[in-house]
Every structure is written in structure tokens, then in C-alpha cells.
Write a protein that binds this ligand. Structure first.
Ligand code: UDP
Length: 475
């Protein structure tokens, strides 16, 4: 089966001026014009492994949107593969993060299967790629396509969204597996410089941290009455006076209404409208440590007594390249059942429907905006988009000081960093101090929003990308 092409509608990059100001939007527009001239009709093609769920899909959708709106021939394909392939690539993902995992071995049979799937996908893509096109292959899933697409005349960039600051035997095993495919790539992109492996010394490497689109359904302003109504609809807030209809503006300008409910919801009753909500939104991935958040909340004792906890992730059947979702969610559900009543009634697990990406996004938007504290207690992270999304909404964040999150937050200025992500006691203490001290929460929220505006909106990332792509297309 051939890779699937996404159907993304373009948007004028000057629209970003609403959030970043006309000067920044103008700079981006100029960069796009220069890039159009340099490319002279050649295409830019992104290839990853899922169109929904997770940060890469989230970002590609928005970056494609502005690239297409600027008149570039930008296209986005996702690989087609079966569960064995995705089990193997999830293992590579964990290993690149320096984490152990219980997936399939990276042995000869695994390498043969990986090579075969990548070759099939590359062959199917060849009809869509012309000599001179720039192709950006994302993460371990697409790494194996590098040599095939280069042979077809494309200039190939490999972009890696994961990594570890402290290389270990796991990360070395992953690099040993991937390196034969990656050796010849024309350029490499990482989210932080500490994630660049030593064997890439002397190659063309760019460090481009991810970013968010302030105009997407996930991040654009949402009236508190609409946010409240959306949370009522998904069972994560009890109705109260003043709630509006659960409506939002869609990308095409039409009015959308949130109608779906979670595909799974573990909750005895919705949190009262005035209860402070502690929120983590993540894929159900062991490295996001949803179970650790739940346990820390349960063990916090009276310090978080008035607060509720919501752990929210995508429908576990909705993220095709993440085979672990079902298991991790089931583990959290089992923990939830074992909680003492006084904690269980304040703890809520929800899998959000994925059928409509914009509806899913606006539910996340409403949650991040309404939360008293947003957490990201990850054990490893390339870059935490959920952290930046919450910061943009001025919500105070408690996040682990791991990977890219260290570049996103300066402790005490834009949020709280947890030195030890496994330290549940410190996590609960920070969350409770923010729930109790709304002045501190407000100060961190203001700092957080400023930080995102200056560093982590899409115009900055698009400028960095265009600069890299132009240097390659011209060279
Ligand atoms: N996300 C979502 N719906 C969900 C759960 C997650 O849209 O139910 C999004 C989240 O808002 C963020 C992305 O998935 O945009 C996750 O990106 P992040 O960088 O935090 O982690 P990744 O999944 O890439 O490891």
C-alpha cells in the first residue's frame, strides 16, 4: 500500500501577524518569497509516520499550511506499515531517548524487516518525487528511506525529534541500527544541540526547536464560557451558570460545535466548576509518565485536597505509529480503580476522540486554558509541545527538567522545572504551591506567554527551515 498524502489547505503566512505583529510576519513572508525563487518550482516533501496524534503530526500540519499558503510546492506523506514495523520503531524511539524498553530486539531479522518496509514505501513515493526536490524524513520511522530517495535525485534531510543528553548503551544501539541508513543524508535537524550524536561531527547539522501555531484550533483564543461548555461536553467539568455553547471557530472560518465525548472516560463525576484542575495532556506513552502523575497526586495527602487531576490523551486506537497506547492507558485505568475513594472521585482519565482533528484540538485548548496547573512529568522529551501550548495560554506549568523542556522553561521565570522527574513528592509540592498561590501562578503564566511569543511560535521555526532549505537548494 502506498504512503498516504495529507490534504492540507494553505494559509497566508501574513495572517501570523495577528499574533506576532506585522514586522515578524513580513520577515517570514520575505523569506518565503526568496525561497520560492531559490527553489524555482522544486518541491519540499515531508515524510513521517502518522497524520494524527503526537507532536510531529501536530507541527507538520501547521508548517505545511503556511508553506502552501506561501505558494511553495509543499507536500506531506505518511508511511504505510504494519504493527511489527511500528513496534520496532517505537523501540528505536525509546532507545534514542536513552531509555530501556521491552519491544522487539534490534537484531538482523528486525533490520531486514525495517529495510523492506522502508524500501517499499520509498518505491511507492518515487512517483511523487522529482530530482532536486528537498525531502525531509522524520524520526526513526522514515530514516530508512534516505538512500532510496537520494538515488532518485532528491536532496534528503533527516529530522530527529527525540534524543538524550546523556548517551548510553541504549542510544548507542539505536544509532548502530540507524546509522547505515543515515550516513549519506545531505543534512540533519535536531531539536536541541545536546541530542546531536558524536558521529555526525563535521556534517551539515541544524538545530531547530519545534514551535506552535498561535492561530490553530489548539492555540487560538477561546472565550472562557466556550471553554467551560466544551469541558462540560467531554465530562471534565460540571455545568455552571454562565457556560456558553460548546462552539469554536474552525480553520475554514465556519463555526464548529464539540459534539463528541471521550472514547474512554474513567471518572465518578465531573470536577466541580470551581475546583482547581491539574492537567496532563500526552500520548499514552510510558516516557510521559501518566501513571507517575497519578501516583504522585494520590500520595500528596491533604496538600492537594481541593484539587482534581485530569490525565488526558488521544483515543488509543487513533495513533497508528504508537503501539503502546492501549497498554499504558490500561495500566492507568487499573491504578485508578485501586485508588481510595477520596482520591478516585477527584481523578479523571480521558481518551479524546480523534475523528475530527480540529475538534480534538479545541478540547485540548479548552483544557489547557482552564487548568490551574499544567504538568508534563516526562521521563524523557525531545521537546514538549504540550508545555509550550500551555505556556502560550498563560497557564502555569510544572515540567520535568529533561531534554528540550530545559530550553523551553527557565525555572522560576516561565514555569517550574523538576530536577528529578521521578520525584513524586517534589512534583506534588510544586503543584500544590501553584494551586495555593495564584499570584505566583499568574506571574509564571505571564512569563511563560512572553517566552513563547519570543521563541516558540511558528514564524521562528519557518524562518530557520527556509534558511536551511535555501542553503541546500542553492548549493
Ligand atoms: N495531543 C492532542 N490530543 C491528545 C493528546 C495530545 O492533540 O489527546 C497533542 C498535544 O496537544 C501536542 C502533541 O499531541 O500538540 C504532543 O506533542 P509533544 O511534543 O508534547 O509529545 P510527543 O507526542 O510528540 O512525544
Amino acid at each position: 500500500m502506498p504512503p498516504v498524502e495529507a490534504n492540507v489547505t494553505g494559509a497566508d503566512p501574513l495572517l501570523l501577524g495577528d499574533a506576532v505583529g506585522p514586522a515578524r510576519a513580513g520577515d517570514l513572508n520575505t523569506a518565503f518569497q526568496e525561497m520560492r525563487e531559490t527553489l524555482a518550482g522544486r518541491g519540499i516533501i515531508d515524510v513521517n509516520s502518522t497524520m494524527n496524534g503526537g507532536g510531529v503530526a501536530e507541527m507538520l500540519h501547521r508548517l505545511q499550511r503556511y508553506s502552501r499558503g506561501a505558494g511553495l510546492d509543499a507536500r506531506w506523506f505518511t508511511l504505510r506499515a504494519g504493527p511489527d514495523f511500528f513496534a520496532l520503531t517505537k523501540q528505536l524511539h525509546h532507545f534514542l531517548h536513552g531509555a530501556d524498553a521491552s519491544g522487539p530486539p534490534l537484531d538482523r531479522a528486525g533490520a531486514e524487516h525495517y529495510a523492506e518496509v522502508c524500501q517499499d514505501n520509498a518505491r511507492a513515493l518515487l512517483g511523487a518525487i522529482r530530482p532536486g526536490d528537498l525531502v525531509v524524513l522524520h524520526d526513526p520511522q522514515a530514516a530508512g528511506l534516505v538512500p532510496h530517495l537520494q538515488r532518485a535525485g532528491a536532496r534528503v534531510i533527516w529530522r530527529c525529534h527525540v534524543g538524550t543528553d546523556d548517551p548510553n548503551t541504549y542510544s548507542e544501539r539505536a544509532w548502530a541500527f540507524l546509522r547505515p541508513s543515515l550516513e549519506t543524508a545531505d543534512a540533519y535537524v535536531f531539536s536541541r544541540k545536546e541530542h546531536v550524536p558524536g558521529w555526525l561531527a563535521g556534517r551539515r547539522v541544524a538545530v531547530i526547536p519545534p514551535s506552535i501555531d498561535p492561530l490553530s484550533a489548539k492555540n487560538r483564543p477561546l472565550a472562557p464560557s466556550a471553554a467551560a461548555a466544551i469541558l462540560n461536553q467531554v465530562g471534565l467539568r460540571a455545568p455552571a451558570d454562565g457556560d456558553g455553547p460548546a462552539i469554536y471557530r474552525r480553520d475554514d472560518g465556519s463555526v464548529g460545535r464539540v459534539r463528541r465525548t471521550p472514547t474512554s472516560l474513567f471518572s465518578t463525576s465531573p470536577p466541580p466548576a470551581d475546583a482547581p484542575l491539574i492537567l496532563q495532556v500526552s500520548r499514552w506513552d510510558p516516557l510521559k509518565d501518566m501513571a507517575g502523575v497519578l501516583t504522585s497526586f494520590a500520595d500528596a495527602g491533604s496538600s492537594l485536597d481541593g484539587a482534581h487531576l485530569a490525565l488526558v490523551g488521544p483515543d488509543v486506537t487513533g495513533v497508528t505509529d504508537d503501539p503502546e497506547g492501549g497498554r499504558v492507558f490500561a495500566e492507568c485505568a487499573a491504578l485508578w480503580h485501586r485508588l481510595p475513594d477520596r482520591v478516585r472521585t477527584r481523578t479523571h482519565l480521558a481518551c479524546l476522540p480523534m475523528a475530527d482533528t480540529e475538534e480534538n484540538a479545541v478540547i485540548v485548548n479548552a483544557l489547557q486554558r482552564s487548568a490551574a496547573v499544567v504538568t508534563q512529568k516526562s521521563l524523557a522529551e525531545g521537546f514538549g509541545l504540550t508545555v509550550t501550548e500551555a505556556m502560550w495560554k498563560g497557564s502555569p506549568v510544572v515540567a520535568s527538567a529533561v531534554g528540550g523542556i530545559r530550553d523551553q522553561i527557565e525555572h522560576g521565570v516561565h514555569g517550574i522545572l523538576l530536577d528529578d522527574p521521578s520525584d513524586g513528592v517534589s512534583f506534588a509540592a510544586h503543584a500544590s504551591s501553584l494551586v495555593g498561590d495564584r499570584y505566583l501562578a499568574g506571574v509564571l503564566g505571564v512569563g511563560a506567554r512572553r517566552r513563547v511569543r519570543e521563541n516558540f511560535l511558528d514564524d521562528r521555526q519557518l524562518l530557520q527551515q527556509t534558511s536551511l532549505y535555501r542553503s541546500m537548494a542553492g548549493g
